[in-house]
Design a binder for this molecule. Structure first.
Ligand SMILES: [Zn+2]
Length: 205
């Protein structure tokens, strides 16, 4: 089963297609919300910052890599990623909460094709989380990863200007420090390592 939680969690409301297009989940062991896919954050913020009780409140949308499927994590109390971030499965993306149209702390977890309301997928089938209220165990006991937005360089890739790079760079994970068109500056702890071509980066390994 692949849930947004580590350890035990509760299904408080089941998936009912158009009537309720996701599962409502409540963390038991931990309230941290983890990404359930490798992909890119295409939205992280308030549905309506002027009305914090509207819709999903504070939420995160992640487009699964090489897919049209968009995963939603709604009603968060806190968000730990930003739009454009590349996330791996198990990365922490936020904390469960009760923002938006919500009566108690939970995460509305749903999948919409193309990110379009009404194009919901059966999130219970996809994730393996039973479509039945009750307490379940995700199975994870180790701390899930908190490494967000790390990239690696393809073996043998050159710098953006076509120069050779030191051998060590091919075995390290880097942060994206800046990006302009296909020119991406990568580094570690804010220190620049190189400017490279976007095509030479392996994202979400
Ligand atoms: Zn819900």
């Amino acid at each position: 089963m692949n849930s947004p939680y580590m350890g035990k969690f509760r299904v408080s409301q089941i998936y009912k297609g158009a009537l309720h297009d996701g599962l409502d989940l409540v963390g038991v062991d931990s309230k941290l919300i983890h990404s359930t896919v490798n992909g890119r954050v295409i939205f992280a913020g308030w549905e309506n910052s002027l009305n914090k009780k509207q819709g999903f409140g504070q939420y995160v949308k992640i487009r699964k890599a090489d897919s049209e499927d968009v995963y939603y994590f709604g009603h968060l109390s806190e968000i730990k990623v930003k739009t454009g971030d590349c996330v791996n499965i198990t990365d922490v993306i936020g904390t469960e909460g009760s923002t938006g149209k919500s009566t108690g702390s939970h995460c509305h977890y749903c999948i919409r094709k193309g990110g379009i309301k009404g194009m919901h997928k059966n999130v219970s089938e996809v994730s393996g989380i039973p479509n039945k209220t009750g307490i379940y165990d995700d199975g994870y006991r180790e701390q899930k990863s908190t490494n967000n937005n790390k990239v690696m360089l393809k073996q043998g890739a050159l710098s953006y200007d076509g120069k050779n790079l030191a051998a060590f760079v091919y075995s390290q994970k880097f942060d994206i420090l800046s990006r302009k068109g296909d020119r991406v500056v990568i580094g570690i702890n804010g220190m620049v390592t190189a400017a490279v071509r976007a095509d030479d980066l392996i994202e979400c390994p």
